[in-house]
Design a protein around this ligand. Structure first.
Ligand SMILES: Cc1ncc(COP(=O)(O)O)c(C=O)c1O
Length: 427
């Protein structure tokens, strides 16, 4: 280990970055560079990267078109608190791709995007309550963490998965189960008049919606006069050009984007109805329903240049077919491995994201995830890291850079790790 790697313990709490991905000291490394589907540490060791930066790198590391756009922008200006050509291009690409897109505001992170979407919905409806799905992650802000790791819960007083969150904030959030339209309908029947928005990930992490679920939520939002917000952080420009909205044929009032739209640099956006987004127009700042947005790095030119280059690549024919194929290939490879070894596990996912859950129950929502053996999922993640295959704690992320050899390498590593777990008596 290098001295710099050791020094992380002196400067960072727990020697880690403070994300949901944490390794014990013996598995830590300093990432030195990435290329395509691979990441390399400072000693030159190669890792098969199924993290892809936690999702942004849909074209893999250092895609030439993205590199060229970022380098060109870097020589012009890295940040300037003014619109640039790259910002104008990215905004117009997203607005035209997003089925609900009429206008858009840039922010810096996905958490901010969902946070502002809720603020807009509250201002627009003059109501306070939010309905979210149990188990959904919308970033690390106070409202999102209500019920993030809920098992059994009271929909009106769900557990909050962090200390330091005021009860006044958490009690404005009500929970409903993903893929359970009856539960959402009951909640709305009792509280719909005070609900500003229903927010959800159109796929819950990796779990796809049942037929009619998203359509049913759209109808409930219309019936009770609240907004429907899709968090397209995972699905946007990943399942299809028009994201989950196109893939499942449901149009929300607002859609939140992040990850892919920055091409590997930090940016995110709230996109959707003009009448809602116009609440944030500076000239309206004296209005009682004015919604204040501001941030030093909002609409960062580096992220805009890299993001626009990424979207231009994704607009080329066959890109989403390729992403779906690579996702299907790993899911079917892993199902074969699980059958071959004879263990009880579910491979879940859609498009180029997947995960393995240790349960014999089909995964429909967070309830089955919470009752799956999450300790074994963590064990598997660490074993894979020892084999130099990196996944995140919630899923594996694929990109257009992953090829058949990568899928083979991944399935071989899973086979070895799962067999070792059987041998160790864990499965
Ligand atoms: C569905 C979803 N929403 C929001 C976020 C938060 O985005 P960020 O990490 O950029 O704040 C994430 C991040 O993983 C996510 O997966």
């Amino acid at each position: 280990m290098s001295a710099l790697l050791d020094s992380l313990d002196d400067s960072l709490p727990g020697g880690e970055l403070g994300t949901l991905l944490s390794y014990p000291p013996e598995l830590r490394f300093l990432a030195a560079r990435g290329m395509g589907s691979k990441l390399y540490d400072e000693d030159g060791n190669e890792y098969l990267d199924l993290l892809m930066g936690s999702g942004p790198l849909i074209l893999g590391h250092c895609h030439p078109a993205v590199m060229a756009a970022a380098k060109a922008q870097l020589e012009q200006c890295s940040t300037c608190y003014q619109p640039t050509a790259s910002i104008a291009e990215l905004a117009s690409l997203i607005v035209s791709a997003s089925p609900c897109g009429e206008k858009l505001r840039f922010v810096t992170t996905g958490a901010e995007a969902t946070y502002y979407a809720l603020r807009l919905a509250r201002a627009f409806t003059d109501r306070e309550k939010i309905v979210k799905c149990a188990g959904a992650y919308h970033g690390c802000h106070d409202y999102s963490l209500v019920g993030f790791m809920a098992g059994d819960y009271d929909p009106l007083a769900a557990p909050v998965n962090s200390a330091g969150i005021p009860e006044g904030s958490s009690r404005t959030v009500m929970l409903s189960d993903f893929n359970d339209l009856d539960m959402a309908a009951d909640l709305m029947q009792q509280h719909g008049d005070s609900v500003a928005a229903i927010i959800l990930e159109p796929i819950l992490g990796v779990v796809p919606p049942r037929d009619g679920f998203l359509q049913g939520l759209r109808a409930l939002a219309d019936k009770y006069g609240c907004l429907l917000i899709f968090d397209e952080m995972i699905t946007g420009f990943r399942l299809a050009w028009g994201g989950a909205q196109e893939a499942f044929g449901v149009i929300p009032d607002l859609a939140c984007y992040g990850k892919i739209i920055g091409g590997g640099y930090p940016t995110a956006a709230v996109c959707g109805r003009e009448d809602v987004l116009n609440l944030s127009v500076f000239a309206n700042r004296a209005n009682p329903d004015y919604v204040l947005f501001s941030g030093t790095f909002y609409a960062n030119p580096m992220a805009a240049a890299a993001g626009a280059a990424t979207l231009r690549e994704l607009a080329k024919p066959g890109m989403f077919d390729r992403l779906n194929q690579v996702g299907e290939a790993i899911r079917s490879g892993l199902r074969d491995v699980i059958d071959e070894i004879g263990i009880s596990a579910q491979v879940v996912g859609t498009g180029p994201v997947y995960n393995v859950f240790f349960t014999d129950q089909p995964i429909v929502n967070h309830r089955q995830i919470m009752s799956s053996r999450m300790d074994l999922s963590r064990d598997l993640l660490l074993r894979l890291a020892r084999e130099r295959v990196l996944i995140s704690s919630s899923k594996g992320w694929l990109s257009t850079a992953h090829d058949e050899a990568d899928i083979q390498q991944a399935t071989d590593a899973y086979r070895k790790c799962l067999s070792d777990m059987v041998e160790a008596g864990l499965l």
